[in-house]
Design a protein around this ligand. Structure first.
Ligand code: ZN
Length: 315
């Protein structure tokens, strides 16, 4: 057996750690989850303790990969992370290597996730694929010609901040009308609240208690009951999801688009209208081979498994 690899996926609210044998990455040898603390030093402590705890259950770990939401440069420094507001220019790579005493690779979380899907998930053996995670925000990773794409600085794959409406709502990144303002969980909530305040969502408002309190989960619940207003909101939301995917396909010409993140739990309710809108939004849709849009095969573990595999590949 090769040395075990730990993969750590740092999320906005929780940190997931898994241990895998790189030869058999879909078998999770151990997994643990802890809350994400605030601040770089506290995050360093939390990940160190998590790796130590995983070692206690599985024995020695050979390499560690860490996926962090934000711009991670080629020296493994986190430049900025919108979901880690208290952490700027933090040299996680150096700090983790000192603390853990093993090789550590640090990368963007969605970049790790696309590698996990490419090596062991829905995109196995697919040389050209894009992964888009639809959660509180939007993350993405790109594999082109079988190679993970980092860009010149390590910052490739941030389509969540492609501007799709220059007059759109403000984004935490400081600009307006970014794709993730429309096609993330918070985007769904905003589209739904606008419809609720316009009096179009009686059943959804009933479930939420008040139009101002409407969130994505209320829309999903009403849509499962067949409520026409909720289904119309999801159609509108899916159009925005499809718009960004079509832009990515126009740019990168992937063979496959993999969707991850919490919103894919909506299943066919989201996927069917997204695929339908996509066909009309991609350039020359009737002249190109269809691009399957599928759900991540590794589910919420894609980022952690991908981080472990990246670390093992780098070793
Ligand atoms: Zn933005």
């Amino acid at each position: 057996m090769t040395a075990l690899a730990a993969g750590i996926d740092v999320g906005g609210t929780k940190i997931l750690g898994v241990v895998v044998d790189p030869e058999d990455p879909t078998t999770i040898v151990a997994a643990q989850r802890v809350p994400t603390p605030r601040g770089g030093d506290a995050l360093l402590d939390a990940v160190t303790e998590l790796v130590r705890a995983l070692e206690t259950s599985v024995g020695a770990i050979g390499v560690v990969g860490v996926g962090i939401p934000g711009l991670v440069d080629q020296d493994d420094v986190l430049r900025v992370g919108p979901n880690l507001p208290a952490v700027v220019d933090y040299p996680f790579g150096t700090a983790f290597r000192e603390r853990l005493g093993v090789e550590v690779s640090v990368d963007n979380d969605a970049t790790c996730a696309v590698w996990g899907e490419h090596r062991a998930g829905a995109g196995r053996d697919v040389a050209d694929l894009v992964l888009v995670t639809l959660g509180t925000g939007i993350g993405a990773g790109i594999v082109a010609g079988g190679r993970l794409q980092h860009g010149a600085n390590g910052f490739a794959g941030e389509p969540g901040h492609m501007i799709v409406d220059p007059h759109g709502p403000p984004c935490p990144c400081g600009r307006r009308g970014c794709w993730e303002r429309f096609a993330s969980g918070s985007g769904l909530g905003r589209i739904a609240r606008d419809a609720a305040l316009a009096g179009q969502l009686d059943r959804v408002v009933e479930l939420a208690g008040d139009a101002e309190l409407v969130r994505g989960e209320h829309v999903t619940a009403a849509a499962h009951e067949g409520d026409a207003g909720a289904l119309a909101v999801i159609d509108r939301f899916a159009w925005w999801v499809a718009l960004g995917i079509a832009n990515l396909v126009n740019l990168l010409d992937p063979a496959l688009v993999v969707l991850g993140g919490g919103l894919v739990e909506m299943g066919a309710l989201l996927l069917a209208p997204t695929r339908a809108s996509y066909d009309g939004l991609v350039m020359a849709g009737d002249r190109r081979p269809p691009v399957p849009i599928v759900v991540a095969g590794l589910g919420e573990q894609a980022g952690a498994i991908g981080a472990a595999l990246l670390a093992a590949d780098d070793a």
